[in-house]
Design a binder for this molecule. Structure first.
Ligand SMILES: [Zn+2]
Ligand SMILES: [Zn+2]
Length: 318
């Protein structure tokens, strides 16, 4: 099969081995897949992963022990879990001690013609959600996770820091929950999307952090973003850290202690909620599509996705 792989460097492979069968799993032909910041981190060598990249995908089931799945259009949850460890048994299976993660940790990913996942990871797509919207299910689910982790009400001052691929999804999800959210970013063109959605936004260079926000959701993926979040949040407020920060910058964490800040890490979220939000068109993801490129152009696509003015690049596998 064709695949976009990383092993010290990013390469397009025209003849890569099909993913090995794991007993009872499902084989999916990938239709298209989205590039996210985690993929870019992996391609910089930060995550120690080698093999086929990619975890945001839509495809059709080719083979499965669950015959009713064959031919269905699906998206897939990315954590492959054991179901037997203490965390799985206590309902925290996304933190399974024996997990592998699609295209991120010990499991070949979806920037390829074929991908394998347990049937339990798959979600069928309703006709209302087309293939372009479907590649956003995984990151949109991650955005919904914020609502599961913090209590928001209409009195809260909430800032989403970072107007990138993830921040713009988080902002829409929080706004839809009735929360008066504001987005702070560095790219005027991305902030213009907020205006289209009637979400308040400001350029980072135009604001002075005043330790007055109840909640800051940091979607910058940068150590400097976390520093800004610490300067924005009020004493006893909450920072939700939504993107993994890879870097060697030493962070001064004293403000967390002095201001008694709650820091909540936030990763994968509920697929069902994301699919129904897309089906109801309550979240606009199509405006986040910057470009569609072929899997063969994967190396250039990853370079393009790293540019600050670019949002979602979709790789097509036809
Ligand atoms: Zn992702
Ligand atoms: Zn487990």
């Amino acid at each position: 099969m064709r695949a976009l792989t990383f092993d010290q460097k990013l390469s397009f492979q025209s003849h890569w081995d099909d993913p090995a069968e794991i007993e009872g799993d499902t084989l999916i032909r990938v239709t298209q897949a989205g590039i996210c910041s985690t993929d870019l981190e992996i391609a910089r060598g930060y995550m120690g992963f080698t093999g086929v990249l990619g975890h945001e995908f839509v495809g059709r089931v080719l083979a499965s022990p669950q015959k009713e799945l064959i031919g269905q259009r699906v998206v897939g949850e990315i954590n492959i879990v054991c179901g037997r460890c203490d965390l799985c048994l206590s309902g925290l299976s996304s933190h399974c001690r024996n997990r592998s993660v699609l295209g991120i940790d010990k499991h070949p990913g979806a920037f390829a013609d074929l991908v394998r996942l347990p049937a339990a990871n798959l979600h069928l797509l309703p006709d209302e959600v087309d293939d372009d919207q479907a590649v956003f299910v995984e990151p949109l689910a991650a955005a919904f996770q914020v609502l599961k982790q913090i209590q928001l009400d209409d009195r809260k001052w909430v800032t989403v820091l970072g107007a990138g691929r993830l921040g713009l999804l988080v902002a829409q999800v929080l706004r839809n929950s009735g929360c008066p959210v504001r987005v702070v970013g560095t790219q005027a063109r991305k902030l213009a999307l907020c205006e289209k959605w009637s979400i308040r936004s400001r350029l980072l260079s135009d604001i002075v952090p005043r330790h007055d926000q109840d909640v800051v959701v940091d979607c910058t993926g940068k150590a400097s973003g976390f520093e800004t979040a610490m300067a924005m949040v009020r004493p006893r407020g909450t920072i939700v850290l939504k993107s993994t920060v890879a870097g060697d910058k030493a962070l001064n964490l004293a403000p967390l202690v002095v201001d008694e800040i709650n820091v909540i890490g936030s990763r994968c979220g509920p697929f069902r909620q994301a699919i129904s939000a897309l089906a109801q068109k309550s979240v606009d993801v199509i405006s986040l599509m910057s470009r569609r490129m072929k899997l063969e152009q994967g190396v250039q696509a990853m370079q393009l996705a790293a540019r600050p003015d670019v949002l979602k690049i979709i790789l097509t596998c036809d």
